[in-house]
Design a protein around this ligand. Sequence first.
Ligand code: COA
Length: 367
Amino acid sequence: MDYRIIETAELTGDDDPRRWIHEASNHLWHDEIVAVHGNDDLTRPLDAELRLSVANPERRLVVWAALPTGADDGADNVVGIGRLVLPLLDNTHYCEARVVVRPDARGQGIGSALAETILNRARAEGRRVLVTSTGSVPAVATSDADAVEVGEQLGFIDGTHPAARFLLGRGFRPEQLELHSVLDLPVDSEGVARLHDEAIAYADDYDLISFEGTCPDEHIDGFADLAVAMSTDMPHAEIDVEAQAWDAARIRHQERRQMAAGIRALTVVAQHLPSGRLVGYTTLLHDAAHPAAANQGDTLVLHEHRGHRLGMLLKVLNLRRAQQVWPSVERIHTWNARENDPMLAINFALGFRVVGTEAAWQRRLDG
Ligand SMILES: CC(C)(COP(=O)(O)OP(=O)(O)OC[C@H]1O[C@@H](n2cnc3c(N)ncnc32)[C@H](O)[C@@H]1OP(=O)(O)O)[C@@H](O)C(=O)NCCC(=O)NCCS
């Protein structure tokens, strides 16, 4: 198939002449997510996608659409989408991309052309690393002849899967594996009460504070400090990322963006009573468009406060609160680096079960 590629940037409003490219991006990803997961829990409603695709001081967005030559502009005619996100406030050496080709148009070079376009732009922007992820490439046993090793001894994935072949052929390496797990609600309240009672005995010096949506003013600076720590303390394997620059204004901006996209957040923070310092937090996110599903956001306990079972306490409290304020939620999704044993141990104790793996792939652009 002959095709042409059209570029657009952030959405400028409802009358943006290239709004259809953002719509096509949403449609193609929706269908890909449903094909991989068998349900639409992880899809984003079009409205929310469009609201999140406007200009944002945190990042620049470039989107490309591939259309058969001769086909009119319009979302229904798009056969492939490439999307590049360029952080602006930190990590300016880094960028993230994804490519999706409509199933009936695969194997004809469209994905390669979009990948080439993205790589050229990322280089032109002076970025040194390009990162993408796949939720479709299965983890496999070591003995498999077609297995590709992830990072340094982090596991193996199926190197024959089309998405793996596509990325390997374009110079990407799988650097990290994340386990995707699900917890069915309601949880066994006696089991959770037991976990809570065991943990609370270790946490005399701490107070736990819940909030919905916006962080209380008196905690906003401490909360921003935790967001910075989260960006460095979570395991990144060999993915080349730097600390993120969070402050109160950026937290407020993120809260407004989430609300505008119909996403509600429930957070619990841990405060160390002797010092008054915030030392840990966990967040759950709920999109009104998916009443039955919620997603786990960040969870962090600062290094010097680990060992007090705060991770378990934070999660138990937020889980109980989620069951009260979001009674329609039937399951919670979470993603954890496979090497993140402490977080996985907490999640498995709570009843999360692994449903899949996600691989993070990195392509260096400076070598
Ligand atoms: C991965 C994807 C983008 C490839 O798009 P495409 O248009 O089919 O890609 P191309 O036709 O340019 O083929 C590129 C490579 O993909 C691999 N590939 C394509 N079709 C394949 C198939 N049916 N089976 C196995 N590998 C296949 C081949 O390695 C091919 O390279 P080669 O021709 O040098 O052997 C497409 O399969 C897709 O949209 N998948 C779902 C989204 C995704 O996983 N994206 C990747 C992460 S961002």
